[in-house]
Each structure stands twice: as C-alpha cells, then as structure tokens.
Design a binder for this molecule. Structure first.
Ligand SMILES: Cc1cc2nc3c(=O)[nH]c(=O)nc-3n(C[C@H](O)[C@H](O)[C@H](O)COP(=O)(O)O)c2cc1C
Length: 267
C-alpha cells in the first residue's frame, strides 16, 4: 500500500511535490501511485520525505527499492542555523592553497562524501563516483603527470618552471585530491559532478578542511592517457570535478570583495 489511510491527512504535499506528477487522488482524496511510476519514478523520495505524518511508503520499483519513512531520517528543527551563520559560512569559504601535511582521516573523507551524495543531480541520477588519493605521494604523482601533460602540450610554462624548482602549483602539496567521474553519456554529468564537488567543499569547510578546485588536473585528465590510467577510470567515464583537500595552514581573517550582482528583472 502506498498511503496509510489511517495516518494520511490528505494535505496534498505529495501530489504537489512529485516531479513527474505520478501521484493522483483516489476517490476519497487519498494519494495513489499511477502505474506510470514503474517507468517514470526517479526515486527522489520526495513523497515519503515531505509527508508530515509518515503515511507514505514507495513500493519496490524498477528504479528504487521500497522506501518507507524509517529509511528517511527526520529533520531535526533544533539543528537549524541562523541566517547570519549561514551567510557567513557561505561567504567565508575560500579556495585553500596552503595545506598542512597531516592527512585527513579516511573516516572523515567518507563522512564528507556521504554529505556530497545529497547534492542535486539531473533526474536524480547521482552519477558522481569518487577517487581520492590516500597519501601526499599519490597526490604528488598526479600533479607530476599534470606537469608532464603541460610540457608535452607546451602550456603553462610558469607552472612547469615552478615544478622544476620543487614548487607544486598544480595541487599545492595537498595531502589528497578527490576526483569526481561519471559516465560521459549521462544527462548532465558535468553539472552533477560539479554540484557534488561543491557540496563536498562546503561539507569540508564545516569540518575545518580546506579545498580548492584542481582545474589543471581536470584538464589533463581529459586528454592525457597516463593520468586516466593511474586513476583507473572506467571505460566511458569522464572526469568532471577534482578538489584538493587538506587541513589549511592559514585561517582567513576577512571576506574578500566580489563583483556586484548583475541582475535584470524580466517582466
Ligand atoms: C572549475 C574551477 C577550476 C579551478 N581550478 C583551479 C586550479 O587549477 N588551481 C587553483 O589554484 N584554483 C582553481 N580554482 C579556484 C578559483 O581560482 C577560485 O575559486 C577563485 O579564485 C575564487 O576564490 P574563492 O574560491 O576563494 O572564492 C578553480 C575553480 C573552479 C570553479
């Protein structure tokens, strides 16, 4: 049974929130799942999660195993942050390029990635897969291969010179780099991986962990076989995001200036 009619208050939230209009009212106004759900449900779980009284259970569907309220932890209203806290948190995140040597415990990386799973993704596809270097040596190896790619292609001579002098301007001596990859033939793999990476960066920020997008590595991973080999990318997967990760050497004291918002209201 989709709706527990003893609990359901017929508030209509599940009808309104289903992205594919897969929920209709039965004769008594209770929610009923349309047969089309078997094909079209994207397993977003919104119907179960939005119900204020825990009345809905999604049955086993091709896209998702049974989803009941007990699979969806309740939101703790006490854990809300103030507007000021949220705004400062978001404005205070910085790209970090000086890292302490101390590695991030594996459990903490796992925890951050566990949060990143909740980023939005096209059709709830959640395509991002992660590769994370365990050691500074493994991270440095990827930086070295990126420099090799630069040298072959005659680009970024400054980065190459620095590398020769022992300065890593690719991954900045970070203890780890997290690489997000996904099937190239998905709906929106670049957006999905970028959003997952943005969540990862923000979850890290909340944890006192610094991150910086590794654009050079991403570019090299796209066109340089040896990097793809070291990463062990599955066939047909592309690298769509990469983040250096580590404990920051410095604390930012201020929020830097950014461009004013450019906005045009349209009537
Ligand atoms: C797609 C992308 C690629 C980036 N690549 C690099 C990079 O290769 N190296 C680097 O030091 N910073 C990189 N950055 C970080 C930007 O330089 C940084 O976000 C920007 O200067 C603003 O600073 P903030 O993040 O502290 O606000 C990248 C950022 C993005 C979004």
């Amino acid at each position: 049974m989709f709706a527990d009619t003893d609990l359901c208050k017929r508030c209509g939230a599940c009808f309104d929130e289903c992205p594919y209009d897969l929920i209709v009212e039965d004769k008594e106004g209770f929610p009923r799942l349309r047969p089309a759900a078997r094909k079209t449900c994207i397993a977003c779980g919104h119907c179960v999660a939005v119900c204020p009284v825990g009345a809905l259970t999604l049955p086993d569907l091709p896209m998702t195993p049974r989803l009941a309220p007990e699979h969806c932890p309740p939101l703790d209203r006490e854990l809300g942050v103030s507007l000021e806290q949220a705004y400062q948190f978001l404005r205070g995140r910085r790209s970090v390029r000086s890292f302490r040597k101390k590695p991030i415990p594996e459990g903490v990386v796992a925890e951050l990635l566990d949060v990143a799973r909740f980023a939005p993704s096209a059709k709830n596809g959640q395509p991002a897969r992660w590769i994370v270097t365990r050691s500074r040596e493994a991270t440095r190896r990827l930086a070295g291969l990126t420099v090799e790619f630069m040298a072959i292609n005659n680009v970024f001579p400054g980065v190459i010179k620095n590398w020769e002098k022992g300065l890593d301007k690719v991954l900045h001596g970070a203890p780890h780099v997290a690489v997000a990859h996904a099937p190239e033939d998905g709906f929106n793999p670049a957006e999905d991986c970028s959003l997952a990476a943005a969540y990862l960066e923000l979850a890290g920020h909340a944890h006192g962990i610094g991150a910086c997008w590794a654009g050079f590595l991403m570019e090299a991973a796209e066109g340089y076989g040896p990097i793809r080999d070291v990463l062990g990318l599955p066939e047909g997967h592309g690298v769509y995001a990469a983040l250096m990760l580590g404990y920051p050497r410095y604390r930012y004291a201020r929020i830097p200036r950014r461009r004013e918002v450019e906005l045009r209201w349209l009537d």
